[in-house]
Design a protein around this ligand. Sequence first.
Ligand SMILES: NC(=O)c1ccc[n+]([C@@H]2O[C@H](COP(=O)([O-])OP(=O)(O)OC[C@H]3O[C@@H](n4cnc5c(N)ncnc54)[C@H](OP(=O)(O)O)[C@@H]3O)[C@@H](O)[C@H]2O)c1
Length: 304
Amino acid sequence: MKLRVSLLGAGNVTRAFLNYWQQHPFGIDLRIVSVLRQRGVWHGDEPASVDLDRLDYRKGLEPFNNSQLIIEALPSVYPHGEPATSLLKAALEQGMDVLTVDKGPLVAAYRELSSIAEKSGAQLKFCVGGALPAADIALRDLRGTNIRRIRAILNGTTNFILSEMQTRKCSMDDALKIAIERGIAEPDPSQDLDGIDTAAKMVILVNAALNQDIRLDQVVVRGIREIRPKDNEIWRLVGTYEEGRIRVEPESISPADIFSTIHGTDKIAEFDSVEMGRLSVIGGASGRIPMGATMTKEILNLLL
Ligand SMILES: NC(=O)c1ccc[n+]([C@@H]2O[C@H](COP(=O)([O-])OP(=O)(O)OC[C@H]3O[C@@H](n4cnc5c(N)ncnc54)[C@H](OP(=O)(O)O)[C@@H]3O)[C@@H](O)[C@H]2O)c1
């Protein structure tokens, strides 16, 4: 089977995906027919092994080149998500399926994007929170239930820093240095430390799973910068949805709470539904292979 794909963004995530796909093509002949980068757009027809740096990018070309699937991995920009939001709306309106890893357009316009997809018959798939299938659980396994509460750790960087501070008894600066050395934290980790990344992921999860329309500026957010764990205190940055509101704040966790067992870059999402009670998913490793595998899974789900 042939699949014509447009790549919006050709950075780390796109390359991790293409690398993974080359090893695991699942019998699908993925053809890259266009690539959008800051430097311009390329049109052509190449396999997943294409060298993205050797293509001839030009200004003024349209970005889709009649593809079937758009894979969008542009930088996450808040609150408007541009240019990705407009690009994804246009692609979905034209009936192209979309897989995005970019929180920007999902935070800005999830409801609008999914309603355009519904009208045109296109599919909108997304992966946020690495390999943790939190939205999948909510949308598929808890379908039709009344989810009254979601509690989650969704940011690997802050969880790693808080875990290191607890186990090594080190300062936040030292824990952050280790996280940057290991490639866990970005050189500028502000969005992680200030809770913005967790807030964005909670907004996407809640809006998608509970059909809500909560904006990022409606979330009460407190990051971890002030946290200095004492003795045996266990701190985690927790996103909570209940009674129609989202808040993100560091919490001192009891050792009896399952959240105290989430260490390093692991994550957790716990759903509490009226009909099925509490259901948790734990894990969500970050890194190139988990990212490639997660995106591949979404494409396989989309084609089924
Ligand atoms: N789902 C997850 O778990 C997960 C994990 C990691 C990252 N992400 C998300 O994935 C996205 C991509 O991350 P990344 O690390 O791959 O980023 P990256 O390495 O910085 O790559 C960004 C790409 O976007 C292109 N670009 C930037 N601004 C553009 C613009 N205005 N117009 C056209 N192209 C533009 C860049 O073009 P040039 O090549 O010309 O510079 C580059 O190819 C981000 O939104 C990030 O938050 C998600």
